[in-house]
Design a protein around this ligand. Structure first.
Ligand code: SAH
Ligand code: SF4
Length: 340
């Protein structure tokens, strides 16, 4: 919802200011998704508002629940007809994290990622990002009386190529007068946009940063994450070191495991050395993400190979987790969001 426009409209129409607060609380705190649900408003106003303003800037086209029930994918239609997706992930009992999109498509075009395959359609507005939260929160409230406890900017798009809107959406999500989630429960994942990492360190030192690394040699990384041609590993390394120095925060390293491409023993050793040159191992958590199928030439390594890679990194003193793939049956796992 565009609160600024609503404020102007209410004022121009002589509606007392406390009505704005009522709408704000109903939408951002109680997750009302339509004007009819906001029953504290006088009915005359409630009837007039829908013609001028939509509670959410997105239409929910479809909601799919995975077989195990631990992933719920939303397909939203934006104004103009493009589609985006968000995924609720139930990582711990009663704890839901929402993975939000920041762009329709993605200009970075990593060859293993379904979002990147289509290129960029357009950036999302601040409301289109925060309304994914409101719509998903409404769904959880109505269907299970549960809440969202964390947000990860890890859906479609490269967040730092839409920095202004992402920054405004984080403010809406963390503002105590609006959604009011703690900044520590917000994480942003980047493909390695160096100026974005530097701004983020200044603007949101309490939020978490994840970096999708995939490789620690420029030639391979430029193939896997074409943004590396603009911001090669030497620059990324400095930006991460400065991020850690300023924020004192741990960085989450995402590493999509592609069989025969980036999963050899010697690669694990090189990954370890690269990270150590950035900062001490206690500043990293490495998340190994077995490749999820998106069509194309890649394959996930066998479980045993992933275990060897993970144990090797662990023996070198790094904290390592292997990401469980939630929602693969609804094409809602990492990298599978295509807005189809
Ligand atoms: N553009 C940002 C955030 C969205 S991508 C970024 O790249 O960080 C979200 C995550 O999905 C990234 O960590 C990416 O490496 C991972 N990913 C993309 N395609 C994948 C695939 N096919 N299988 C597993 N993970 C994938
Ligand atoms: Fe874009 Fe991230 Fe997918 Fe790469 S992995 S194409 S940066 S969404």
């Amino acid at each position: 919802m565009d609160l600024k426009k609503l404020a102007v409209f209410l004022e121009e129409n002589g509606v007392p200011a406390f009505r704005l607060k009522q709408v704000r609380d109903a939408v951002y705190k109680n997750f009302a998704a339509s004007w009819e649900e906001i029953s504290v408003l006088p009915s005359a106003l409630r009837e007039r508002l829908p013609r001028q303003f939509r509670v959410h800037t997105l239409d929910t086209l479809e909601t799919q629940v995975s077989k195990k029930g631990n992933a719920i994918k939303f397909c939203f239609e934006l104004k103009g007809g493009l589609k985006i997706e968000s995924v609720l992930l139930n990582i711990m009992p009663e704890k839901w994290s929402l993975c939000v999109s920041t762009q329709a498509g993605c200009p970075v075009r990593c060859p293993f990622c379904a979002t990147g395959r289509k290129g960029l359609k357009r950036n999302l507005s601040p409301e289109e990002i925060s309304d994914q939260f409101l719509a998903a929160a409404h769904y959880l409230k109505v269907t299970r009386a549960q809440k969202i406890s964390g947000v990860i900017f890890m859906g479609m798009g490269e967040p730092f190529l839409n920095y202004e809107a992402v920054s405004a959406a984080i403010k809406t999500i963390t503002d105590p007068d609006l959604i009011g989630l703690g900044a520590r429960h917000v994480s942003v994942s980047t493909a390695g946009h160096v100026p974005g990492i530097r701004r983020f360190a200044k603007d949101f030192p309490q939020c978490n940063l994840a970096i999708s690394l995939q490789a620690v040699e420029d030639a391979l990384r430029s193939d896997l994450v074409p943004l590396n041609r603009n911001y090669p590993l030497s620059q990324l390394s400095r930006a991460l070191r400065d991020y850690i120095t300023t924020t004192k925060r741990r960085v989450f390293v995402e590493y999509v495991m592609l069989d025969g491409v980036n999963n050899s023993r010697s690669t694990a050793a090189r990954l370890n050395s690269w990270l150590r040159a950035v900062a001490a191992p206690k500043y990293f958590t490495v998340n190994l993400i077995p490749y999820n199928r998106t069509g194309g030439p890649y394959k996930a390594p066998a479980r045993e190979r992933i275990k060897i890679f993970s144990e090797l990194l662990g023996s070198l003193g790094l904290e390592v987790t292997v990401r469980k793939s939630l929602g693969e049956d609804i094409a809602g796992a990492c990298g599978q969001l295509a807005g189809k």
